[in-house]
Design a protein around this ligand. Structure first.
Ligand code: C2E
Ligand code: CA
Ligand code: CA
Length: 552
């Protein structure tokens, strides 16, 4: 199984084996010389001794007799030394083999380890290429192994890994490679005749079945499944076995993630689109990083209206990315990526800083709403950071509204509650965004001091067309009345929806009926036209320039 006859693993210092080998040769030399001497002189000396004793002819040469005895002693000494050395060599080989095994295998499961996988796969590829076969490599990752570990303990986890390795090994064809890459990740590779896709898929399905069988450990039945990514080598001329091995591992890895994404407990073949997706994602991340530095993320603003009077009450800031490469990008694309990259907080702070400066120029009765990611709420300094931004921009807290989505409430509710409280203590209002989509309970709603709820646009924009939407909007509006919480309806796209909405109560609203989100310049122009700029903003240009806070 392990065709990996790597040298130089687990040996002692370089010189020791050489010394021993030299001594080996010397001992063997002495032995051979002694035997030659014995053959050369023995016949003469032994002959004369025998003649002198048997027939009394002549007399034995005493010196030659002594030499012969010395010769025999030398043979015995040489032979014993040689036997000793061979024993030593055998022991040393055994120790080296043991050390090699330790260095190449995973002690828990006996599979190869990450270090020795490369060589083993390269050997497999080289052998397969000679026979005109393809190599298929599978990346196997157990599903939710950590959860199982947390539930049953680490010893149970070890037992699961050992049993899983045993089951995989039992199904693999001869001369396959099986390695554990650490954690709950296994890799196996085998050679197949080209075109044997069905056999491979059959093996993958059987591996999945075998892994999913319950494992009995200390009277507990542990059930765990695996996700498998498959990649096949096309032998590319002028590509080294090493490069092919790395490419196979990378591709099987991507396929495995796809299997996870597709719902786990399944296998998935590598497809070139996965690599393209990864490249696009890498480009997006690079663009976002550079975009933050270059100030490419800018606030857009959507009007918020008092539906009863039709009056403008403020704006919701919605982020846009003016990307030189991708054009004007929606936050639905870049916010989740920025969250995963860990750059959502600096990005959002930059946007809010800019929005506060923009909103300072508007009429003082216009409010500014900003969206906050759940990740930002985990920051214990979040409230202080917002306060600092307000002070820097000299913007009254009472004009700022922070929108928190319902999904934030799934996080540590205690932390969210104290955060909301400290923001409200500063005079900021808090709205619960996307209400109706996040399954927050009434109990949660009661214990959290929100100032307003926003009905998700998925319900509002389908009003009049979908009966369920009407039921939900009606329920939310009576909830708002009962809890004395004002309501904003998002996604008002038409007069029909507006008329429908007004049947259920008196709301604030926003949506394409009042206009799509606009840039700061467009908003400023529109406000100027309707005489809704702050007095300072309409004064002569020299005095109107607000102090620009430094970007950081
Ligand atoms: P959201 O807070 O629910 O924002 C409303 C979204 O609905 C906006 O999409 C807006 O353009 C869109 N919209 C408004 N009226 C209508 C309408 O009548 N019909 C339809 N079909 N859509 C309408 P946008 O700007 O693409 O924002 C998407 C989401 O991105 C926002 O949803 C918000 O959750 C998030 N987001 C935007 N800016 C930020 C930000 O600065 N920080 C964070 N964390 N999230 C942001
Ligand atoms: Ca919002
Ligand atoms: Ca929303």
């Amino acid at each position: 199984m392990n065709g990996n006859e790597t040298t130089g693993m687990g040996g002692g210092p370089e010189s020791a084996p050489l010394d021993r080998a030299e001594r080996d040769v010397v001992a063997l030399g002495i032995l051979v010389a002694a035997i030659l001497l014995f053959v050369g002189t023995g016949s003469t000396v032994l002959g004369s001794i025998a003649r002198s004793y048997l027939y009394g002819e002549g007399h034995a040469d005493a010196m030659l007799g002594n030499a012969l005895i010395l010769n025999i002693a030398l043979i015995i000494f040489g032979w014993r030394r040689y036997a000793e050395l061979t024993g030593e060599v055998r022991e040393r080989r055994k120790a080296e083999e043991h050390a090699r095994l330790l260095a190449e295998t995973d002690p828990l499961t006996g599979c190869l380890n990450r270090r020795s996988l490369d060589c083993a796969v390269e050997d497999l590829i080289a052998e397969a290429a000679q026979r005109g076969e393809d190599v298929v490599l599978a990346m196997i990752d157990l599903d939710r192994f950590k959860r199982s570990n947390d539930l049953h303990g680490h010893q149970a986890g070890d037992a699961v890994l050992v049993e899983t390795a045993r089951r995989i090994r039992a199904l693999l064809p001869e001369r396959s490679v099986l390695a554990r890459l650490g954690g709950d990740e296994f890799t196996c590779a085998a050679a197949f005749a080209p075109g044997h896709v069905a056999a491979i898929e059959n093996l993958a399905a059987r591996l999945n079945e075998a892994i999913a069988l319950p494992i009995c450990w200390n009277d507990t039945k542990i059930e765990i499944t695996g996700s498998i990514g498959l990649a096949r080598s096309e032998i590319v001329p002028d590509t080294s076995a090493r490069a092919l091995s790395h490419r196979l591992q990378h591709r099987a890895d991507l396929a495995m993630y796809q299997a996870k994404k597709g719902g786990r407990h399944r296998y998935c073949w590598f497809d070139p689109s996965m690599e393209r997706e990864l490249q696009f994602r890498a480009e997006l991340e690079r663009g976002i990083r550079e975009g933050i530095e270059r100030g490419e993320f800018v606030p857009y603003y959507e009007k918020q209206i008092d539906l009863a009077t039709g009056e403008l009450t403020g704006f919701e800031m919605l982020a846009r990315w003016r990307s030189p490469r991708f054009g004007l990008v929606s936050p639905e694309v870049f916010i989740p990526v920025a969250e995963e990259m860990g750059v959502i907080a600096p990005m959002s702070e930059g946007l809010i800083r800019q929005a506060l400066l923009d909103a300072r120029e508007w009429d003082a009765k216009l409010s500014l709403s900003v969206n906050i990611s759940p990740i930002q709420l985990r920051d214990p300094w979040f409230a202080q950071k917002i306060l600092k931004l307000l002070v820097e921009a000299n913007f009254p807290p009472s004009r700022l509204d922070i929108e928190i989505t319902e999904t934030c409430l799934h996080e540590n509710i205690g932390v969210v509650r104290s955060l909301i409280t400290s923001l409200r203590n500063q005079g900021i209002t808090i709205s619960l965004d996307d209400f109706g989509t996040g399954y927050s309970s009434l109990a949660q709603l009661r214990t959290l001091p929100f100032d307003r709820i926003k009905i998700d646009r998925s319900f509002v924009s389908t009003l009049g067309r979908n009966k369920d939407s009407s039921t939900i909007v009606e329920a939310i509006s009576s909830l708002g009345r009962g809890m004395d919480l004002p309501i904003t309806a998002e996604g008002i796209e038409s007069d029909v929806i507006l008329a429908e909405l007004q049947k259920y109560g008196n709301f604030k609203g926003q949506g394409y009926l009042y206009g799509e989100p606009e840039s700061a310049e467009d908003v400023r122009r529109a406000l100027a036209d309707s005489h809704m700029l702050a007095a300072a903003a309409t004064a002569p240009a020299a005095q109107s320039e607000p102090p620009r806070a430094a970007h950081g």
